[in-house]
Design a protein around this ligand. Structure first.
Ligand code: NAD
Length: 475
């Protein structure tokens, strides 16, 4: 395994607070060491970003976009090498890790590179010129989670940089190594100090969220951490984009075409072993379709191959870490204790690693932990309903509001019901899907702000209104 270094002011550096183990979740054993930054090194990274920011902001956006395109070329070139690191630290199968880098991460980078900030003229006559324009904020810090470390990193960094900010990245300590490698590549294209990366524990994240010289935090992670960040950021009035937890409901109506949608529903539940913010996490199914859909999903579970990142033909990996494994097992035990039934799965796999069988629970209802809480693992509750309005009320009766979906053969009915979901995204006959041009963000406790496309880009800017009086006197 190659050497991993942090990036501060264009230099590759070791951690002054020593280093820590990164564990492979398929073996439960450390496979590499990650540098740990001292608080002084974080200050150096922020100072470097601050010093580099005026020149970066003065670089034409076309040139900044061209550099992002060069980064996309490098991601393509190095996808296999970085994919191998990502697969080992995160647990996802190697083809998925390589695909995430060479596919989605590259697509997002190239699409973001093409975006341009608008300048709007509100008045232009003999009396006055009034325009709105968008300026970079300064130094932006990105704090990322462990489930899709590279994709989410790209979602944070690319619009932030394109808008003229300089950045400091702090990845999750569970999966920091692929991030260090991606930022090393970015650093080879960008001027020194424009992108910096610090890794480590010991309150590094907390220091970032209250740092005087950081103008904005873009954070993806759990809702409790999002609340802590909001509190810590308040005294310095930092701008925030918070992409937090989800407990997305899907409602399958009595007219849904199960032959058409079962594969997709299965994939949206279990993709990345359920460790996706907008995975389908509560499945409400009309009583006329319940048994058939459960059977179709169970058949697919039985054929699914769960294993380690480098095992042949594996489609689903382990849960990423011990705490998450323990939490998912706790939900399984609670479901059994409350009378729930696992038609498939419902137990850990008999091997080393944080492996849990893909699991489908029936005879479950709202008020049980498996329904009310975000599992973030390979388990799903299937809840029977008879009345659509009741299903919609139950779907909305949750503090989270990331996404939700309606599955039906009636497009108009699906559209109208999707509008009534209390979520940042509503899908019809689809779930989890995001594209570089589709704004994505949470309602309620699932977050603040949106990412992707122009809506996401302007979140990395300060809107400024400029007035010019052309008459000279009082208007
Ligand atoms: P987490 O909140 O535990 O950690 C996320 C990051 O925050 C890590 O880098 C961590 O080191 C850092 N951190 C922890 N405490 C901090 C603090 N007080 N101040 C600053 N930084 C701090 O989340 P996780 O367990 O890594 O990720 C799983 C969660 O992320 C799930 O709830 C999932 O739904 C959510 N998620 C949301 C989205 C979205 O787009 N809405 C996407 C992916 C994951």
């Amino acid at each position: 395994m190659s050497d991993f270094k942090m990036i501060i002011n264009g230099q590759l550096v070791d951690g002054e607070a020593s280093s820590f183990d990164v564990v492979n979740p398929a073996t439960e054993k450390p496979f590499a060491q990650c540098p740990a930054a001292s608080h002084e090194q974080l200050d150096q990274a922020v100072a470097a970003a601050k010093a580099a920011q005026p020149a970066w902001a003065a670089t034409p956006i076309e040139e900044r976009g061209a550099m992002l395109d060069k980064i996309a070329d490098l991601l393509v070139e190095h996808k296999a090498e970085i994919g191998e690191i990502l697969a080992q630290e995160n647990g996802k199968p190697l083809p998925n890790a390589i695909g995430e880098i060479g596919g989605a991460a590259v697509a997002w980078t190239r699409n973001t590179a093409k975006l341009r900030l608008p300048e709007e003229t509100l008045k232009d006559d003999d009396d006055a010129l009034i325009k709105v324009h968008y300026k970079p904020l300064g130094v932006v810090a990105s704090i990322t989670p462990w489930n899709h470390p590279i994709l989410i990193l790209i979602w944070h960094l690319m619009p932030g940089l394109l808008a003229g900010n300089t950045m400091v990245s702090k990845p999750s300590s569970m999966t920091p190594l692929s991030t260090l490698k991606v930022i090393e590549l970015m650093n080879s294209v960008l001027p020194a100090g424009v992108i910096n990366c610090v890794t480590g524990e010991g309150g590094l994240g907390r220091k970032i969220t209250s740092h005087d010289d950081i103008a904005k935090i873009v954070f993806t992670g759990s809702t409790p951490t999002g609340i802590n960040i909001m509190q810590a950021a308040a005294p310095t009035m930092k701008r925030l984009t918070l992409e937090l937890g989800g407990n997305d409901a899907a409602i399958v109506l009595d007219d849904a075409d199960l032959e058409k949608c079962a594969d997709n529903i299965f994939a949206r539940i279990f993709g990345n072993s359920g460790q996706t913010c907008a995975a389908l996490k509560r499945l409400y199914v009309h009583e006329s379709k319940h048994d058939q859909l459960v059977e179709m999903l169970a058949e697919r579970v039985k054929k699914a191959s769960v294993g380690a990142w480098n095992e042949e033909g594996v489609k689903f990996g382990p849960v990423q870490n011990k705490d998450q494994f323990d939490f998912v097992m706790e939900l399984i035990e609670d479901t059994k204790a409350k009378g729930g039934n696992f038609v498939v799965g419902g137990k850990a796999m008999d091997r080393d690693g944080y492996f849990i069988e893909l699991s489908i629970a029936t005879d479950v209802t709202d008020g049980m932990r498996i329904v009310d809480e975000e599992p973030f693992g390979p388990i799903v509750p299937v809840i029977k309903f008879s009345d659509t309005e009741d299903a919609l009320r139950r779907a909305n009766d949750n503090e989270n509001g990331l996404g939700g979906s309606i599955w039906t053969a009636d497009e108009e009915k699906g559209w109208e019901l999707a509008k009534r979901l209390e979520s940042g995204t509503g899908w019809v006959n689809q779930h989890s899907q995001q594209m570089p041009f589709t704004p994505f963000g949470g309602a309620k406790m699932s977050g603040v702000g949106v990412e992707h496309g122009l809506h996401g880009l302007v979140e990395y800017t300060q809107l400024q209104t400029l007035h010019m009086n052309r008459k000279g006197g009082a208007m």
